[in-house]
Structures are given as C-alpha cells and as structure tokens.
Design a protein around this ligand. Structure first.
Ligand code: CP
Ligand code: NVA
Length: 303
C-alpha cells in the first residue's frame, strides 16, 4: 500500500514511466478500478483536482465520492486518525485537499488505504506530475529543459522545483526575496538536483531569470486561505508574465500556469490567451497523469 503525499513518493523511474504511460493512454476507458471507491476530502475549493480525479476514477471503472470536510464529523472535531481508520473500512483510496501537510501525513499514517495529496499549503504534487508530463510533450529530454517559476514562492512553486530537480531539469525560482520559496524546499530540491544532475537557481531579477528559458511558469499571488494584501501585489508586479517579459525568454518559450489564473495580475490576458500559452493542455493533463497514479496506487494490479 502506497501513498502519494510528495513528489518523491514515486521513484524517479516510476515517475518517468507514469508520464510516458499517461501520454500513451490518453482517453483510456477501462475497468482497472472496477468496484473501487475513491473518496475526495476537500477543505478548500477546487475545479481541476476535484473533477479530474472524479472523472478519472469513473473512466477506469471505479467510483468517486466527494466529501466536503465541513460536512464530515472531521469538521466537528473527530480526529484525523479516527476518520482515517473508519474511511479505510469503506473506501479503496482517498484524495485530500487541505491546509496542513502534516494533517495529510497523519491521515496517511493512520489509514490502510492509499492517500493522495490533492494540495496542501506546502505542496501540490499531482499538479507537478501533470506539469512535468506537459513539459515532456515539448522536450523529450527533460535534462535539457530550463523552467523558470515567477511570482509567489508558494505550494505550486515548491512542487514544481522538487519535480524538475527530481527528473534532472534546470529550474529557476524568481521571486521577491521576502516571498521566496521556503528554505527547506530550496534545500530539498537542491538535494534532488544533486542526485539527478539537475539544477536549482534562485534569481531575484525576473529579466535575468527568464533568459533562455524553455518554460515560464506562474501561479496566483494569493493562495487559498491567504488574504489579498496590496503591498504584496505591489512587490510581485515585476514578476507578472506579460509580453515584454516573455520577449526576453527563449524564442520558443512556452507559458504555463496551474490555474485558476487572474488575468492582469500574475499573467497578462494577452499571454494567457496567446499562442505561447499551454495552460489548457496542462490542465487537461491533470486527468491523464492522475489516472495513471490511480492505477498504480489503487488498481487491481496492485494486489
Ligand atoms: N490547479 C488546480 O489544482 O486547480 P483546482 O484548484 O481547480 O483544483
Ligand atoms: N497556490 C494556489 C494553487 C491553486 C491550485 C493555492 O494554493 O491556492
């Protein structure tokens, strides 16, 4: 029984295999999850994660059950451990979207079914799986790719940095110094890069960061659970992906965003809706990559 709580919970080879299979089996309908039930415990909103896991489970012959945390006894103080033990008796797997990474880890420790991290304040590993799959659709050799993240050093930035470093890519983190990716994540991604031959750079100046980039990536400036603060917006303005910044990147540079996007904030409408944007392909790949994840964690072949 395995969990997917962070990027390295699948080995590098398994990750690359998953991406290859996801690309090859796009649109697959099968019965690999026949008679299996996937629970989705969410305490934050979601469009992509919720719908792609639900549809993905159905396309593989399984069932999905959405469980709003506020409507569970968990929301009234039942412990994570008790909830995990009880739900393990009903379900065959669970996706959790919540605030604290530790809560997901505690759930997984008490559960006897696979647990998947559907986003925490610290990480978004399923997003990173779809991201690296999307990148591989443009550059087969991931060790020759330069990915530049611009904006707030948040959960998506952490998972992107760790995933890119894991597979041997070059990742540049460009954030204002006070909004940088947390030091633990920079250290973790650098350790992964040291093992893979990848590279992690922190470059504050956006124009310098984007030079020769193959991909520019951004995310919202205010993540779920955060207050919108004018000073933070002001600090992040130079990190917006707009046409002038994109013009300073590599000639074939593509633009990525995990979505939802705020046009005119972290990305201009012109870039978001322009020919270099691959954000909708990236969003669709959530479905393809996560189906492969479900097969590996919950499929009948795993017994
Ligand atoms: N990118 C992503 O996780 O989107 P949702 O918040 O809509 O699930
Ligand atoms: N950083 C964003 C990602 C949303 C998919 C958030 O946590 O709200």
């Amino acid at each position: 029984m395995r969990h997917y709580l962070k990027e390295t919970d699948l080995s590098k080879e398994e990750t690359l295999g998953l991406i290859a299979d996801a690309r090859a089996s796009r649109g697959e309908r099968s019965q690999v999850l026949a008679g299996r039930y996937l629970g989705l415990i969410f305490s934050k909103p979601s469009t992509r994660t919720r719908v792609s896991f639900t549809v993905g489970a159905y396309q593989l012959g399984g069932h999905a059950l959405f469980l709003n945390e506020a409507e569970l006894q968990l929301g009234r103080g039942e412990t994570i451990q008790d909830t995990a033990r009880v739900l393990s008796g009903y379900l065959d797997g669970v996706v959790i979207r919540t605030f604290s990474q530790r809560d997901v880890e505690e759930f997984a420790a008490a559960a006897t079914i696979p647990v998947i991290n559907g986003l925490t304040d610290d990480r978004h590993p399923c997003q990173a799986l779809a991201d690296i799959m999307t990148i591989s659709e443009y550059h087969e050799d991931l060790t020759k790719v330069k990915v530049v993240y611009l904006g707030d050093g948040n959960n998506v930035a952490v998972s992107l940095a760790c995933m890119c470093a894991y597979v041997g890519a070059h990742v540049v983190l460009s954030t204002p110094p006070e909004l940088t990716v947390p030091q633990w994540a920079i250290a973790e991604s650098r350790e992964l890069a040291a093992a893979s031959g990848g590279r992690v750079d922190v470059i504050t100046e956006p124009a310098e960061a984007v030079r020769e980039a193959d991909f520019l990536y951004t995310d919202v400036w205010f993540s779920m659970g955060q207050q919108s603060v004018p000073e933070k917006r002001e600090r992040l303005l130079p990190y917006r992906i707009d046409a002038p910044l994109l013009a300073q990147a590599g000639p074939d540079c593509r633009v990525m965003h995990c979505l939802p996007a705020h046009r005119g904030e972290e990305i201009s409408a012109e870039v978001m809706d322009g020919p270099r944007s691959i954000v909708f392909q990236q969003a669709e790949n959530r479905l393809h990559a996560q189906k492969e994840l479900l097969k590996r964690l919950m499929g009948s072949a795993q017994e």
